[in-house]
Design a protein around this ligand. Structure first.
Ligand SMILES: [Fe+2]
Length: 244
């Protein structure tokens, strides 16, 4: 147990859309649990207006408010690692694929994020299948690259060891029938679940507010992952203690 380090993974906060009660519970838990690694599991920001093909209502959202909310969460969680999600990379994509004022504004947003992560000493990973945030040799964190009811299975098949992912906002687990350990936890989200773009998708019923915490070894492939999930009455049981 001596070489085991504590971690927390906070998935899919989506900036201004973050579930504030879940954020408060996670911060209270962090104060008690004192994780060595505090990982943002991607989609720290929402950046709806930067979405390619954004509709009129998405374009009306404030990027400044979303940026401020996400950077505030980065500071409050004192994140040590952040694996980018598909929403987080939107300003870079917008900067590279647009022109004029939009290109200039996207560039300002990119630089603000790069400055903030540098100041926070937070290590970042790109949204690419070959980049993983590592918690010792056995466990890693990605944002997620698959969708649907077999997401945990597709992810477990793709990566060796234990993989923690978000992206689909739901909770799933799968262990592959393989000689080496391949298992995946999809750990829910910390975003308010009923977003406008979710109102016509049945998969939204599967969304859960949650995050992961646990222990990992820096020197061996040992780890244990615990799913934190808000109960129907709004309370959470985390490491044997009730939070609300
Ligand atoms: Fe995502």
């Amino acid at each position: 147990m001596n070489d085991m380090k504590r971690f927390i993974v906070l998935p899919d906060l989506h900036g201004e859309c973050a579930d504030q009660e879940a954020v408060r519970v996670a911060l209270d838990f962090i104060a008690d649990f004192e994780p060595h690694e505090r990982v943002i599991g991607g989609d720290l920001f929402d950046f709806a207006p930067f979405r390619k093909g954004a509709d009129e209502s998405e374009k009306r959202a404030s990027i400044a408010a979303d940026l401020e909310a996400g950077l505030d969460l980065l500071r409050r969680f004192q994140a040590t690692q952040w694996t980018f999600g598909n929403h987080d990379i939107r300003p870079w994509r917008m900067r590279d694929e647009s022109s004029g004022a939009m290109r200039d504004y996207a560039d300002i947003v990119c630089k603000q994020i790069e400055d903030a992560t540098r100041r926070a000493g937070c290590k970042t990973y790109g949204y690419r299948i070959d980049q993983r945030c590592q918690l010792g040799p056995g466990l890693s964190v990605i944002h997620g690259f698959a969708h649907g009811m077999y997401t945990a299975r597709a992810t477990a098949d793709a990566y060796p060891g234990g993989t923690i992912a978000g992206h689909v906002h739901s909770i799933q687990y799968h262990r592959a029938a393989s000689f080496d350990i391949r298992e995946c936890w999809l750990i829910g989200c910390m975003r308010h679940p009923f977003a406008p773009f979710n109102q016509t998708r049945l998969a939204t019923f599967r969304h859960s507010i949650g995050f992961a915490y646990g222990w990992y070894s820096e020197t061996s492939p040992n780890y244990t992952v615990h799913q934190a999930q808000r109960m129907a009455n709004g309370a959470w049981i985390l490491n044997g203690k009730e939070y609300r």
